[in-house]
Design a binder for this molecule. Structure first.
Ligand code: PLP
Length: 378
């Protein structure tokens, strides 16, 4: 199987991940922070090590500000529901995933929050005058994707975050498509919140993700419960990470994520970025040369390419790829607004997405198959 669906989740996972998950499940690892027996301490150490590795990758000075989640979706919901109050405004890009838009639309319906979108062209360039004007209306939060999961286009988020900070508006970065696949430091480029998946660019297990909350920021907990700490109190602890981490965590997943983070640290996100960008540019050139194919991503897209064919629908193309054992994703990729922005709504596109383990040969194979599928359509 040629797997070109890394934007959904990585496959294979980093070396050591499966073993770490199996070890956590197979040994007598207990619940973390719940007791003082040896197995509970081993579990707490697993959390501690993984949290420290995640903080190091993010350039975060305080690892207690790194919260384990089940993925980017939960992290985004925690930020959105924990920040916005009835009547608040929120500013988003027009390329957001439904992990952002669905909680926002729910709040628009039940808490009258106002959703505003800044202007952003399909190539990711943002109309900064328009962005500044919308910030001046004092939304309570900006939520912005670092990289579109539909086109691979990068948004100028460091500049957008700095402008939001200068305007006194909280900034939440959806880093689902970039954490692990490019250097990123919350110290060099401060954001108030960063939400990411453990199972995409980090090459960790599904069901893992991260939320980073800046040290000077307080976030209301939307999920409250047992943390093993301050048990005499029936109110949620204020100390991080417990404030935002209630209930039993996905310890086996977090053990796997720890192994994945070790691999990414040894490989280096800059090396991953170079590899992905080289693969993407080569695939872009090859796709663009096929008669009838329109590529909707720029040549400098980051690991993701969307394309359509003049006659064959995205779903028909995807079925053909599947017949040839090539896994790609078609449709709207949970981001209808992004497809409206690039003019491919409602049919969507076919998406190739690459990862650290994708090879030139696999992409060459997919391109050869695509040529054979579309030949005869001229
Ligand atoms: N945000 C973006 C930009 C995504 O691409 C995705 C998933 O594809 C998500 C959020 C949701 O991530 P998760 O599956 O980890 O919840």
């Amino acid at each position: 199987m040629v797997y070109l669906d890394h934007a959904a989740t990585s496959s294979p996972k980093a070396p050591g991940v499966a073993l770490a998950v199996a070890d956590a499940l197979g040994t007598s690892i207990a619940n973390a922070n719940r007791a003082s027996h040896r197995s509970a301490i081993a579990a707490s150490m697993t959390l501690y090590r993984t949290r420290r590795r995640a903080a190091a990758l993010l350039g975060a000075a305080d690892s207690d500000r790194v919260i384990f989640t089940s993925g980017t979706t939960l992290a985004l919901n925690m930020v959105i529901l924990g920040t916005l109050r009835p009547g608040d405004g929120v500013l988003v890009s027009p390329l957001e995933h439904n992990a952002v838009m669905r909680p926002l639309q729910r709040l628009a319906q039940c808490a009258s929050i106002r959703i505003d979108r800044f202007r952003c062209a399909p190539d990711g360039s943002v109309d900064l005058a328009d962005y500044r004007a919308r910030l001046a209306a004092k939304p309570a939060l900006v939520v912005c994707t670092a990289c579109s999961n539909v086109t691979g286009v990068m948004l100028p988020w460091p500049e957008l975050a700095a402008l939001a900070r200068a305007a006194g508006v909280r900034f939440c970065l959806d880093a689902a498509q970039v954490l692990g696949t490019m250097p990123l430091s919350v110290t060099d480029t401060p954001v108030d919140f960063l939400c990411a998946s453990g199972h995409k660019g980090l090459l960790g297990p599904t069901g893992t993700g991260l939320l980073y909350v800046a040290p000077d920021v307080e976030l209301d907990a939307v999920i409250c419960g047992g943390t093993g700490s301050d048990s005499a109190s029936e109110t949620q602890p204020a100390a991080y990470p417990d404030h935002l981490e209630s209930g039993t965590l996905n310890l086996a997943g977090i053990a796997g994520l720890g192994a994945a983070l070790e691999f990414i640290a040894a490989t280096g996100p800059a090396a991953v970025a170079r590899r992905l960008d080289t693969l993407t540019a080569a695939a872009h050139a090859a796709l663009s040369a096929i008669s009838g194919i329109t590529v909707h991503s720029p040549a400098n897209a980051h690991g993701v390419l969307s394309f359509t064919h003049a006659q064959l629908s995205p779903s028909a193309l995807t079925r053909e790829f599947d017949r040839h054992d090539i896994a790609v994703r078609c449709g709207l990729h949970c981001a209808p607004a992004a497809h409206q922005t690039i003019g491919t709504y409602p049919d969507g596109t076919v998406r190739f997405s690459f990862g650290w383990f994708t090879t030139e040969d696999e992409i060459g194979n997919a391109i050869t198959v695509l040529r054979s599928i579309v030949c005869g359509c001229d």
